[in-house]
Design a binder for this molecule. Structure first.
Ligand SMILES: NC(=O)c1ccc[n+]([C@@H]2O[C@H](COP(=O)([O-])OP(=O)(O)OC[C@H]3O[C@@H](n4cnc5c(N)ncnc54)[C@H](O)[C@@H]3O)[C@@H](O)[C@H]2O)c1
Length: 343
């Protein structure tokens, strides 16, 4: 297929573009920024809120499908959120109709139903229950997709992504994780599903503790292979965990300890969901990412549970589970040691 990927320079784009290219698709990137170098089929620097620029980008090469990832994955004002998610989707759908492109795969979000209580498996037929203006905008973008499916016969698959991360970092991710490999499987399935019309699936891995129903995705050919459960023993307990497990949107889902106030936050809902601002030079315990005895070798689930006690500056040091540059000030092999126990 010939595929235009908007937001191709972003974290999901940089996982999807090389994989689609390796699978034999012709991939053209579109982003606000220059190519990081993965797309073989060209690159457009354009703003997807600019309908004329989008029309030009879609017209520039033959296309079978658009994968729409462009957008601000953080909470913002309502006008900014609507521009980032709804106007961009409208510009692409309009251009697709004009140029006869029949399929859209869209990166929607779990925050479209974020204030749904966690417990019963949430289906794609659940009522919209956004937790933020971000979630409102994702729901509105999905409504546009439904309109274009009905009015113009576009096949449009909305993938409500959970937490796209190299590996789970917080306990919420035991339910919400989407692995990079499963993300590729999800996009490939959404591109290939025969005549889906407008359809929705949940973009999570095959997590034992999943909060969302994977059956609609499986019906579209999405068969995730990874399971966050393999990391369960490695993820430290945090005081916020109970709140984050109460509604499927986690820290963005309203009031409570660990909650974020939606409209004021400039932080990313996913995958950088953190619930309390860390003071400068915070002492934290993180699971070791590399074996201490063999530093070149990454820890795997099942390895002895070793934690590093670190003094870190910003929490950026531990987001994404990256090995912080800071030297460990103490090494703990006590399996029960938790961040909450620290001074
Ligand atoms: N990462 C997740 O866990 C997650 C979860 C749910 C939904 N999503 C959605 O997936 C999509 C991609 O997320 P990501 O994590 O890769 O985000 P990202 O911020 O890493 O990448 C987004 C990319 O889109 C580009 N972009 C933003 N606005 C644009 C515009 N108006 N025109 C053109 N390009 C624009 C940015 O330059 C960036 O390269 C977003 O729509 C996000 O809402 C992500």
């Amino acid at each position: 297929m010939q595929i235009l990927v908007s937001g191709a320079a972003g974290s999901i784009g940089q996982a999807i573009v090389p994989a689609l290219t390796a699978a034999g698709h012709g991939v053209t990137g579109l982003d606000l920024v220059e190519t990081p170098g993965h797309a073989d089929g060209g690159w457009h620097v354009a703003d997807c809120t600019d309908a004329d620029a989008v029309l030009d980008a879609v017209a520039a090469q033959p296309l079978d499908a658009v994968v729409h990832l462009a957008g601000n994955p953080a909470e913002a004002s309502l006008p900014d959120s609507l521009a980032s998610h709804v106007l961009t989707t409208a510009a692409l759908l309009d251009a697709m109709v004009t140029h006869g492109v029949g399929r859209l795969v869209y990166a929607s979000s779990n925050h479209a139903v974020g204030r749904t209580p966690a417990g019963e498996l949430v289906g794609t037929d659940a009522a919209p229950r956004p937790d933020t203006y971000y979630g409102v905008s994702k729901i509105a973008a999905e409504a546009l997709m439904q309109l274009f499916a009905d009015r113009h016969g576009i096949d449009a698959v909305a993938c409500r992504i959970g937490s796209f991360l190299p590996e789970p970092v917080h306990r919420r991710h035991l339910a919400t994780w989407l692995s990079p490999d499963d993300c590729v499987r999800m996009v490939e399935a959404a591109l290939a599903a025969p005549a889906p019309g407008f359809a929705t699936l949940y973009g999570i891995s095959a997590n034992t503790r999943a909060w969302w129903d994977l059956a609609p995705g499986r019906a579209l050919g999405y068969h995730p292979q990874d399971d966050a459960e393999a990391w369960a023993a490695l993820l430290p307990q945090r005081p916020e965990d109970d709140f984050e497990a109460s509604m499927v949107g986690g820290p963005f889902a309203g009031e409570g300890p660990g909650a974020r106030r939606s409209t004021e936050s400039a932080s990313r809902p996913e995958p950088f969901a953190q619930s309390a601002p860390a003071p400068a030079h915070h002492r934290v315990v993180v699971p070791a990412q590399h074996r201490l005895d063999r530093p070149q070798q990454r820890c795997r689930p099942g390895d002895p549970e070793i934690h590093l006690l670190l003094e870190v500056e910003p929490r950026a040091a531990v987001r994404r589970g990256q090995q912080p540059a800071h030297p460990p000030v103490e090494v703990a092999t006590d399996r029960g040691l938790q961040a909450a126990d620290l001074p």
